[in-house]
Each structure stands twice: as C-alpha cells, then as structure tokens.
Ligand binder design. Structure first.
Ligand code: PHE
Length: 352
C-alpha cells in the first residue's frame, strides 16, 4: 500500500509547491515535476507494471485520483496567478478620477489686440464705421493718392519695405507704411456707393490694422499697429477733430483728467497738419506731454482723389499708434515687450 500513501502525499506536496509558484513559468516547472514524462505520478504509474492485476486496479485508481487532484490544484493555481496578474495590471493602469485634470493653459488676448477692440467699440459708439484693408498696398494708394507724388521728399519720411513684385498696372507693391491708404480705399468706395444720391452721407470711419516701416528700437518696431480716422462732410472742421479725439481719449483711458494739445506739423495729405499731444493731470505721467497721433484737415488734393469736390466736402483725418496708447494705458516702458512672446509679460493681461 505504499503507492497509495505515496500518491496522497504527492497531492499534498503538489499543492504546497504550486502555492509557492509566483509565475506561470515556475508553475509549469512544478507541473513537470509531478505530471511530466519523468514526473512523480508518471513514475508511480510505471511502477504499477510489476504488480498483480488486483493491486494494479486498487493502486491504479488511487494514482489516477491523485493525478486528477494535482491537475485540479494546478488549474486552480493557474487561475489564481492569472487573476493576480489581471489585478496587478488594473492597479498599474488605474486612472485616479479624483485627481485634478492637468488642464489646458488658458490663453488670452494680446494687449495690443485688447486696445484694438476697445478702440473699435468706442468709435462705433460714436457713429463710426470700422474698415480693414490690405497690408500689401500699391504705391499709388499708399503715397501718390495721399499727395506724395513720386520723388516727393515726403516719401523718405517713411522708410518703406518694398515687395519684390509690381501689380497688374506695373506699379510697385509695398507693405503699407501707415493706415492712411485706407482713407483713399474707404472714401472712394463710399463715394461710389452713393453715386447719384441727392446728398452723400458723411464718411465717418476708423481703419485699424498692421503697418510696417524699416525701423527697430525701444520705441519703434518694424511691424506696428495704427488706426486711421476719417470724417468727411460738408462742414467738418478741426474743432470736430478735437471734440471727437478728446471724447475718445476719455473713454479709452477711462478718466477725464486728460488735456490735449495740437502742435503744428507737416503731412503731405493734411493742411493744416498737427501732432496731437496729450497729458494726464495726475498719476505717474502727470504733466508730461505725450505725442499720440498725427492729424489734420484733409488736403484738397486728397479730397479730390476721393472723388469729391473739395469746395463741397471737407473734414479731418488722424492716424494714431495702438502700441503707444496701450503702453500709456498699462504703463509699459518698452515697445519690444509686445513682440518678445514672453508669457510672464503677456499673462499679466489675461484678466485685464
Ligand atoms: N499717416 C500718418 C503717419 O503715419 C499719420 C496721419 C494720419 C497724419 C492722418 C495725418 C492724418 O505718421
């Protein structure tokens, strides 16, 4: 009866050994020790050959039971290991839904764009249209129509980026040096639109946008922003310019203690021409005159180029720098900060 006892002991041994196997490979090794070709169970079965038929039946049955028990134990341990592997993977790949998300960094509007939008809103509230036009402009619209003919010395007032192609009429193209060509584009379109009407409604428009000059230092950038203002009617004067611009500044800076000064100047497209200076009556910039805009009464030659009779129509124009106004509003010292892409600078305006 030794074999029967042996068989029962083998089951206990197998269970013990299977339990210590931590991996599928270890378990397969252990399985071989019991059920493999040279395994303990196989050896017992071979030994049966020497027994009598009676003993064979008895002991054979016991060995087979043991074999089944070991196979069951093996399968049970396999299942345990597979379950453990699954749990380990689940734990490893678990997503902690209670953690805060990494989130998207929130962007914000550039301070120059903020000013641009403010300027549009303020002038719209005063009855102005808003127009935009091309940054690549033709020579006639940027200069000639604005009373700066070819070879006119005033052209060298603005150092121009020329584009290496000419337009269909063979005139040079350039990056507009100011928003003033929008006076011409908008006025001519307006005149055309109202052709044949008994009377033409006033032209009252601002044209904000990017402008370009060969220039770069703390107060000049090769790309910068201006907004052009134009109001043309039958009796629109410099007094209207002063009233309009004063109202704009009060709204833009959200304060009333601002003085304006018109300083005589020269532009080919206005006569008389002025620089508009302003000063705050309080705060860190108190009492300092700051130049913020060119302006003037639109020159008769330019009114004619609009397609209008300068005996009938008159008005004013101005062109102001958006960067300059933004620097004054937020107290920014160096223009180059606008274009350095430094988030420490830009993020200060996200909630402004
Ligand atoms: N275009 C002028 C400049 O860029 C400004 C200006 C606009 C002056 C309109 C008078 C009238 O310097």
């Amino acid at each position: 009866m030794t074999t029967i006892t042996d068989a029962q002991q083998l089951v206990a041994q197998a269970r013990e050994q299977f339990a210590t196997c931590g991996t599928a490979a270890e378990l397969e090794d252990a399985k071989a020790r019991f059920l493999g070709k040279a395994g303990a169970i196989t050896t017992l079965l071979k030994d049966l050959a020497a027994l009598s038929p009676e003993a064979k039946r008895q002991q054979g049955g016991a060995i087979n039971q043991a074999k089944q028990a070991i196979e069951q134990a093996l399968q049970a341990r396999r299942d345990e290991l597979a379950e453990a592997r699954l749990q380990a993977r689940l734990a490893e790949e678990a997503i902690d839904v209670s953690l805060d998300g990494r989130g998207q960094r929130r962007g914000g509007l550039h301070p120059v764009v903020r000013s641009w939008m403010r300027i549009e809103a303020i002038f719209r509230s005063m009855g102005f249209e808003v127009a935009e036009g091309p940054e690549i402009e033709d020579d006639w619209t940027n200069f000639t129509a604005l009373n700066s003919p070819q070879d006119h010395p005033a052209r060298s007032m603005q150092d121009t980026f020329y584009v290496d192609i000419d337009d269909a009429r063979g005139q040079p193209l350039l990056l507009r040096t100011h928003t003033s060509p929008m006076q011409v584009r908008h006025a001519r379109a307006h005149v055309q639109r109202h052709q044949g009407a008994a009377d033409m409604p006033d032209i009252r428009v601002i044209a904000p946008g990017r402008t370009y000059r060969v220039d770069s230092d703390a107060t000049h950038s090769p790309m910068f922003h201006q907004f052009e203002g134009l109001w043309i009617g039958h009796a629109v004067s410099m007094a209207d310019l002063k009233g309009t611009y004063t109202a704009f500044l009060h709204a833009f800076f959200e304060r009333e203690d601002i003085e304006l000064r018109f300083r005589p100047s020269y532009f080919p497209f206005t006569e008389p021409s002025a620089e508009i200076d302003m000063r705050f009556d309080s705060g860190p910039l108190q009492g300092r005159w700051l130049e913020i805009s060119g302006a003037g009464q639109v020159h008769p030659t330019v009114v004619r180029n609009f397609g209008l009779d300068p005996e009938q129509f008159m008005g004013f124009a101005f062109g102001s720098g958006i960067e300059r106004l933004t620097m004054l509003r937020y107290g920014i010292g160096d223009l180059r900060q606008f274009y350095g892409s430094d988030l420490r600078f830009l993020e200060q305006f996200h909630a402004a």
